[in-house]
Design a protein around this ligand. Structure first.
Ligand code: UDX
Length: 436
């Protein structure tokens, strides 16, 4: 059934939801208070780099079922309204819900009776109840429907989700089913639960992913000590169907706009409840240490000792974004490593397919991967773009001052880069050991 859907917030979650629900046949009005963004989107100009998103937005505009506005009054006839507003990390790690609450306070004056109010962006446990109080209108049922979209895969994840989570109080079950029906025919497990469980499921999933990466990062350090290979250990763990192969690749740490924020928020949620969730604190500490460990590894590869001076040393960086497939620099471990190297006096040049500029006093960003190698004492892979594997490593070796590569993502084939002339250092792998 076609529904009239309102989306508040045209950010990453809101725009993806608006475009995908239009694609699924609904009529969507997307409201954002940024006039220039609304104008751009109305012309089909999408600045968020997500595969397939621009096409869906343009399709929606041309068939007339998607529109963008700054005017909240256009929500007056929607059946369902999705709240897709930022809940950034606030004081002490608690999510900052001020924007969300300010917007919700305006809704009673805008929405028609029966309109379902849906929290889509990540919200603290208990928000559903709090919003129902704030709305103060029992005829506006509140339903939780958290998103689990990965950057770089948002459209794909929206249209083929692992699960669809719908949380509501029992009295709002009909509203919850209405929200579920928005997704149309889907193979994804559809799960109805209470609001707190839905809200918690989102934090629990992201924090668990963070734990998994911290676990493998510490394990990589252990592998180095005992001459084991994390690539084998990770693969063998991943073959256990209870563990699964994803999120077992060591790197400079987990970052981005979600995992750090959500892990801190879950820890705070536990603290508020008087529950000791120390393993989350440990995972956060391990994550901070991991960035420093990568810097030490780079120092050692270049100077022979882990506290050697990098003053005036040229280093070429491959990757700056927090992960491949995006140009997002928010809480990027790669950028944190770059900052630390710059603080130590290194002269940095970087190439990242998704990044055009960063603070120029830290690193000069170039648009050609071969330029980063020029006269460098080392190359460092900081983001796992698959295309780095396909570079002409002999050409890179010839351009460097010393053919040293630190692969902080275990992306490269150590044998292939060694054949090209590089001395290779990975994480938790001994370069002299056999390769798969
Ligand atoms: C995450 C969740 O995956 C998604 O479900 C949620 O809704 C939003 O947050 P995203 O922020 O796009 O998605 O990043 P994700 O793909 O989860 O990666 C998080 C971090 O972990 C990145 O810094 C990544 O490089 C790192 N990572 C991931 C590793 O270091 N090793 C791995 O094996 C996997």
């Amino acid at each position: 059934m076609t529904e009239r859907v309102g989306v508040i917030g045209a950010g990453y979650v809101g725009l993806t939801s608006a475009a995908c629900f239009t694609h699924l046949g609904h009529e969507v009005v997307c409201v954002d208070n940024d006039r220039s963004k609304v104008d751009e989107l109305g012309r089909g100009e999408v600045t968020i780099a997500e595969p397939g998103l621009t096409e869906l937005v343009r399709d929606g505009l041309s068939c007339g079922r998607l529109r963008f506005t700054t005017d909240g009054r256009e929500l007056s006839d929607v059946d369902v309204v999705l709240l897709c507003l930022p809940t950034p990390k606030g004081k002490d790690g608690d999510p900052d819900v001020r924007v969300l609450e300010e917007v919700v306070a305006t809704l009673p004056g805008l929405l028609a009776p029966g309109c379902v109010v849906v929290t889509k962006s990540t919200v603290p446990v208990g928000t559903g109840t709090r919003l129902a109080e704030l709305l103060g209108r029992p005829d506006l049922p509140v339903v939780s429907n958290p998103e689990f979209l990965r950057e770089g895969h948002a459209v794909e994840d929206f249209l083929n989700p692992d699960r669809i989570v719908i949380g509501s109080v029992p009295e709002n079950r009909a509203a919850a089913e209405r929200v579920a029906a928005l997704y149309g025919e889907t193979n994804a497990p559809l799960w109805f639960t209470d609001p707190a469980s839905a809200e918690l499921a989102k934090y629990a999933s992201n924090a668990f992913l963070a734990l998994k990466v911290s676990y493998v990062n510490v394990l990589a350090e252990l592998c180095e000590h005992y001459g084991a290979d994390i690539r084998d250990v990770g693969r063998l763990m991943g073959l256990d169907s209870r563990i699964g192969p994803a999120f077992l690749v060591p790197g400079p740490g987990w970052g981005g706009s979600c995992l750090p924020k959500d892990t801190a928020a879950l820890l705070r949620t536990a603290e508020h409840a008087g529950v000791d969730f120390g393993i989350l604190r440990d995972a956060m500490k391990a994550n901070a240490r991991q960035r420093a460990a990568v810097v030490r590894k780079i120092r050692r590869a270049i100077t022979g000792v882990s506290d050697g001076s990098l003053s005036g040393i040229r280093i070429g960086l491959l990757g700056l974004a927090f992960k491949a497939g995006t140009g997002d620099l928010r809480d990027s471990p790669a950028l944190a490593v770059a900052r630390e190297l710059a603080r130590s006096g290194a002269v940095l040049t970087a190439y990242d397919p998704g990044v055009e500029t960063v603070e120029p006093d830290i690193v000069q960003v170039v648009d050609d991967p071969y330029l980063v190698a020029k006269d460098a004492a080392a190359l460092v892979v900081l983001t796992e773009w698959p295309e780095f594997r396909e570079l002409d490593w002999e050409r890179l070796a010839a351009a460097t001052e010393r053919a040293v590569v630190v692969d902080a993502r275990n992306l490269l084939d150590p044998a292939a880069v060694a054949e090209a002339g590089f001395t290779h250092t990975g994480l938790g792998t001994d370069p002299n050991r056999r390769t798969r």
